[in-house]
Structures are given as C-alpha cells and as structure tokens.
Design a protein around this ligand. Structure first.
Ligand SMILES: C[S@@+](CC[C@H](N)C(=O)[O-])C[C@H]1O[C@@H](n2cnc3c(N)ncnc32)[C@H](O)[C@@H]1O
Length: 459
C-alpha cells in the first residue's frame, strides 16, 4: 500500500504504538497519534505529524487512509475497528486478528525488495523466527542490485522491445558475475558492468532464435533432492516437458508461467512415443524457447537421455545435461542399505529388469557373484524370473534381497527378504510402482541402519 504522505491514525501511545509508528514512518506516512498518555519516544518521533493527547473521538479518522489500534481497552478497540470498517478504512487492532481487516506481516526489508512473512495472525513468533533466518540468508546488497536494475529497465526496454528477450537478459545478469559482484559489495564496478552490458545490446539482437534444451535429472521423487542447477533452470524455463516419474511437487517448482507438457510414459504405454519427444524438443528449441526436459532420477541412467540429446546435437541446438540423484542412490540412502560395504560388497551393478517377450535378458552368470550388490531397475514384473535365474546361476536362495517402493518419498515402503522368498512376499502385498530391487549382503544392514521410516522387517 502506498502510504507516502497519507494520514495514518494510531490509537494508543505505548511501546506497541511506537513500534507501529516506526513501521509506518518507514513508509513515509503522515502519522497522527491519539491517546490520553503517549510515551516520550513516540512524541519525539520525527515523522509524527500530529499528536492529540486525549480520548479518541469518532471524527479522528475522518481523513485517515489507514488506522492502527494498540490500546488495552477491548471496548475501545472493538469500537474503533467497527467504525473504521464502516468507513471502508483498513484497520489493524494489534494482537486481535478478529478485529483486523489487515495484518502487518514480519518483513525482511531490502528495499526495494521486501519479503513479507505472515502466519495470518496465528503464530507471530514463528513468523518472526522465519524472518530471522531469511535476514541472514538475503544479503543487504540485494536492495542495491534491485534498485540498479530498476533504474536501467527503461533503457533496456528501448533496446530490446521483446519482453522475452529482456527476461533472458535479466536472468543472465541475476545468475551471472555482475550480480555476484553486487552481492560481494563491489557495487560501483558492478553498475558500470551492467551499464556496459546494456550498451552493448544491439536493438536488432534477436535472442528469440537461440533456444536451448536442458535435460534435467529430477531425482527419485523427493523435491529436497533436486540440485541447485536443476531448480534454477526449472525456474527460468519457457517450457517444461516431464513424465510420470517426476512428482507433482517437483513440477510445481517450475516457473509459474512456464508451459508444462506431460509426455508421461508407463510401462509398455508411451503417452508420447520416444521419437516424437526427441522431435518435439528440437522443434520447441528452434522456436527460441528455453526448454527443460525433466526426467526422473538421472537422465543418463536408464532414462534414454542420450537418445534425446542425439537429435539436438544433430540439429546443432545448444543443450546441457544436469545430473540427478538416481533411484539406486536415493533408495539406498533412504532405506539405510549402502550399495557397497567392506564386509559385503566390493562392486555394484545397475541392471534393468524390464520384461521383453515375457523374459528378462541379462548376463546371469556375471551377475551371480556373491561379493557384489545388484540393483535392479524396472524389475517388478520380472521379479520372480530375476530371483529364479540368480539362484539357478549360483547365488544362494538365502541371499538377502530388498524391494523399495516409491523410495525417498513419504510413501516409501521397504520389503526385505531373500532371493528364495522375495517374490512370494511381494505378491502378497499391494505394491505401488516405482520400485527398485537391491540384492546382496548389504541388505543385512537395513535392520540396523534404516532411519527414514520404520518398516517392519518381514523376513
Ligand atoms: C525408466 S527408469 C528411470 C530411472 C531414472 N533415470 C533414475 O536414474 O533413477 C524407471 C525405474 O527407476 C526406478 N525408480 C525411479 N524412481 C524410483 C523411486 N522413487 N523408488 C523406487 N524406484 C524408483 C524404478 O525401478 C523405475 O521402474
């Protein structure tokens, strides 16, 4: 709310009134204070325009833009609140949300950047504690960076008429060395560089033809496991293509205005066939879009990421690949089953258990090695075949094996057993994909090390 030179009436004259007066003064309001007793500091506040040391009168708020009430007199508080609301004036009665038509949030002030935190009047102490954390997180130089960007906006606008080009320009500034310079306190130099960057921007510069694709690993489902790079690209994308394994919480973190295209795949049922996805990426980038292709886990581990960027490379479109936490790492950590361990496994192999023509084609001889951990992706359907073949090729049926369902998410379930019994146990339960199998001695550690959710050992 723009309060500059507007009359703001504070009813009350104690310490709380003083706090509110300071806040309103920082917005350059014209302050009027009314109370039979008014503390000295408030009387001496420079921005106070008028002081009436007496009881409140109804016509005191006739010229007000906003009213704040800070008295201990509940009847008076209710009366002023009602009166203000009848006149359609915003009113705040301190510590009484029911009588307020607006509340004052805790703020982190890096003007012109202001972060407001509100608990809707329910837990102001919690809001203040969050504010304290943000205070330490947002360097004071943010204000100066914002102010400098504001001053140069019009200049850039005249050089770059397209809104999208300007957005790309500012994103590069904010994520690049000029912003770093500002934040490290070297603002004079940073302003010069910013000015130079704008001067060297030709009117004819057509950024729109320079689209790009980022193949981004979104991790195994838990949004906390995204990388900073992934998040940054997601928040500056024009278009996001995502599939079934990317959780809705993660898709929600993409730039609000980005177009979202679901290209979801389910086993044997490709919503958009792979060649079509590859082609779509090329077409969207050629139109000048910053495209993010979000993929579950890591794009280069059973993710067909290689195929997607092959077409981009052939079309000479600029691309990058952002690694993600693969399901094996996520499920291993969140189930407390290390993939290697000096006592159990000196090697670890990742295989796909995908069924093809009713069977799983793997080099069983090579896999049936007691000192290694086997991680099976996409193995739920083929689970009985996998367990049987490993036993047939020499692993003991007592070899520990675990199935991790929806790993790293709040819905994670872990079933531990052995090669001889796992498929039977799984068949008895209703298991929800995605699932990952870990086979080998390391599974013994689950009982001791599982920390994320307490699931009974069903062995
Ligand atoms: C097509 S692959 C994609 C793998 C992905 N690129 C990665 O690096 O994790 C899909 C398989 O990954 C495994 N998977 C992915 N996310 C999982 C999760 N949260 N929990 C268990 N398994 C998961 C399942 O085996 C699923 O069938």
């Amino acid at each position: 709310m723009n309060l500059k030179s507007r009359e703001c009436v504070i009813v009350g004259g104690g310490q709380v009134a003083l706090r509110k007066a300071r806040l309103l003064a920082s917005a350059h309001a014209k302050l009027v204070v009314i109370a039979p007793e008014i503390c000295e500091e408030l009387k001496n506040l420079e921005q106070v325009h008028a002081i009436y040391q007496r009881e409140f009168r109804d016509d005191d708020i006739d010229n007000a833009t906003l009213v704040v009430v800070t008295t201990n007199d509940t009847q008076l508080n209710r009366h002023v609140s009602k009166l203000a609301q009848q006149k359609n004036l915003p009113v705040n009665v301190v510590d009484n949300p029911a009588l307020c038509s607006f509340i004052t949030p805790s703020i982190v002030d890096r003007s012109p950047i202001v972060v407001a935190i509100s608990s809707g009047g329910t837990a102001p102490v919690l809001a203040r504690s969050l504010r304290a954390r943000l205070e330490s997180l947002v360097p004071p130089e943010y204000g100066q960076l914002a102010a400098s960007m504001g001053k140069l906006r019009d200049q850039l606008k005249s050089k770059m008429p397209a809104e999208k080009d300007r957005r790309i320009f500012w994103e590069k500034i904010v994520n690049g060395p000029i912003a770093k310079k500002f934040l490290s306190g070297n603002s004079d130099n940073a302003i010069q560089q910013l000015q130079r960057a704008i001067n060297s921007t030709e009117k004819s510069t057509n950024y729109t033809n320079h689209g790009s694709v980022a193949l981004v690993g979104a991790g195994p489902g838990n949004p906390d496991l995204l990388t900073f790079r992934a998040l940054r690209l997601m928040q500056s994308a024009d278009i996001v293509l995502y599939d079934r394994l990317v959780s809705p919480e993660i898709v929600d973190l993409c730039r609000r205005d980005a177009e979202r295209i679901y290209v979801g795949k389910q086993r044997n049922n490709h919503a958009v066939p792979q060649p079509k996805i590859n082609q779509l990426l090329v077409e969207l980038a050629q139109k000048g879009n910053a495209v993010v292709r979000l993929k579950g886990g890591d794009p280069f581990i059973f993710g067909r990421g290689g195929e997607e960027i092959e077409d981009l490379a052939e079309a000479r479109i600029s691309f990058e690949v952002v690694p993600g936490i693969t399901a094996a790492s996520g499920c291993s950590s969140y189930s407390g089953i290390p993939l290697t361990h000096r006592n159990y496994a000196q090697a670890c192999v990742f295989v796909t258990g995908h069924l093809k023509g009713g069977t799983v084609n793997l080099n069983w001889q090579q896999l049936a090695n007691a000192n290694q951990t086997i991680v099976v992706y996409m193995g739920l359907e083929g689970l009985p075949i996998i367990c049987r073949e490993l036993i047939n090729h020499g692993l003991e049926s007592s070899t520990p094996a675990a199935l991790i369902e929806q790993g790293t998410t709040p819905r994670q379930q872990v079933i531990t057993s052995n090669l001889g019994n796992l498929s039977e146990l799984v068949a008895e339960r209703s298991v929800t994909a995605p699932t990952l199998m870990i086979i080998g001695g390391v599974v013994n550690l689950y009982e001791k090390l599982n920390w994320f959710s307490v699931t009974p050992n069903t062995d």
